[in-house]
Design a protein around this ligand. Structure first.
Ligand code: COA
Length: 173
């Protein structure tokens, strides 16, 4: 069965629900678990960011199952500031849908490129969804990898729906 999964902007009243999802998704990464438990303030989706209209959610059966956020950069491009999917929905194509939506939103605000900063263990994921590794950058938690994706880059596997019954076991980043 294929369920359609519309993407919309998150509502202010969904802040806590979204942060709880972020925590579950982040704890699903064994490599991030310890640092996250030591730094719980790293889980934050600010009201300002939500009100800015650039936080997007995917819903399934009335529940948020993933969200992504972009923020503007000083050079006019955009940064992927958040990308989290409910662990039990991993590997259903939800992140890919959200990235495609972020590309559209970034394009509409005049960006040519979306940048993302990821942990080294996320390299395979970012490569799989079309990002190129362009360097490294210092983050609060150490050295991060800097990836970029052209807003007009079409991923061949992007769909506007996801396979609700897909049972591929989630891989650890
Ligand atoms: C990373 C994350 C957003 C992926 O979400 P998702 O909805 O499962 O991703 P998709 O189903 O759209 O995956 C698209 C492709 O990316 C690749 N991919 C997805 N998860 C991967 C993983 N854990 N490791 C390596 N590649 C991965 C695969 O090629 C996948 O296609 P396939 O399933 O047909 O093989 C999700 O695992 C998550 O929320 N993780 C915790 C937070 C996080 O790490 N966020 C961003 C990275 S710093």
């Amino acid at each position: 069965m294929i369920n359609s999964a519309p993407i919309r902007s998150v509502l202010v009243c969904e802040q806590k629900q979204s942060e709880a999802l972020q925590l579950r998704a982040s704890l699903g990464n064994s490599a991030d678990r310890d640092v996250l438990l030591e730094n719980p303030d790293a889980i934050e989706l600010s009201i300002e960011q939500i009100a800015g209209g650039n936080v997007f959610v995917v819903e399934s059966d009335g529940l948020i199952v993933g969200f992504a956020a972009i923020v503007p950069r000083a050079d006019g491009d955009s940064e992927l500031d958040a990308l989290f999917v409910e662990p039990e929905k991993w590997r259903h194509g939800i992140a890919l849908m959200l990235i495609t939506h972020c590309q559209d939103a970034a394009r509409q605000r005049g960006s040519k490129t979306i940048y993302a900063i990821g942990n080294p263990h996320a390299k395979d994921f970012y490569s799989a969804v079309g990002f190129n590794l362009v360097g490294t950058t210092q983050t609060r938690f150490g050295v991060g990898l800097l990836f970029c994706l052209a807003v007009d880059c079409n991923h061949p596997r992007v769909n506007t729906s996801y396979a609700a019954d897909r049972k591929t076991p989630p891989a650890q980043l």
